[in-house]
Design a protein around this ligand. Sequence first.
Ligand code: AHM
Ligand code: MG
Length: 282
Amino acid sequence: MGSDDAVTRVFDAVAATAPEVRGNLAGRRSYLDAENPSGESVLDADVYADDLLEERLTAVDGVGAYASEEREDVVEVGEGLSVTCDPLDGSSNLKPNNTMGTIVGVYDAPLPAAGRDLVAAAFVLYGPITTMAVARDGTPTEYLVTGDGTREELRDVELPDDPVVYGFGGRVPDWPADFESYAREVESELKLRYGGAMIGDVNQVLTYGGVFAYPALESNPNGKLRLQFEGTPIGYIVEAAGGASSDGERSLLDVEPTELHQRTPVYVGNREFVDRLEAALA
Ligand code: AHM
Ligand code: MG
């Protein structure tokens, strides 16, 4: 069976798992006495979603490895595609009951792997409606994920030409001066939309046009987000939608990873805004 079929099976499995993840969050809103490999506090729900996705995705015929933001090492199960997950992106939004997502990257290479090794990427958005965006060769498609875990095609996702919204993470005093100057320009042109879950914030950009950033910080020049689990798959989806991605200097897809859990600044959105960002930081 070809890897194309395996990619479809991966995304079918993600869609099938999404209602179960969503349906079991209610009792899992408290922090455990544990940290993930990035040194962040972990919710009961993070571990639950990671365990469930690991079980379902490693069972997919054609998947050879699974890795996630919530576990130190790659789980090797044989020959095949490498699947990465951020099982619950923006899980600090669970306490206030706000938007979260699941991010999936499918690489035809051993992990850690570069964005150029991606064959497809997707995210699930647990908004008022559960939707899923899937990018593989060409324009991404948005699906409705039904309660029984099947996906129904909704639309092609293409960044609108006239950008409307922006959302930038981190604390302003922690922003480098060149990013702050750029932010001041952007905030005079676009409307602020920041919800604290990258998937929710990026989906605003994919819907209305604009720019999302979790920038390099004074306290951490690599920012907060993880390259393998967040930056690369999102860069792939935004580029497929006609936009651009950057780590400040180059496309996120051109960054060569050295460690599975390495962090990266993330800038994605309409090309004009990403180009201006790169010029501002140069
Ligand atoms: P998580 O995957 O552990 O939830 O962390 C990633 C999230 C992103 O979704 C979001 O852009 C960022 O962290 C928000 O961070 P902050 O709370 O610092 O604004
Ligand atoms: Mg995340």
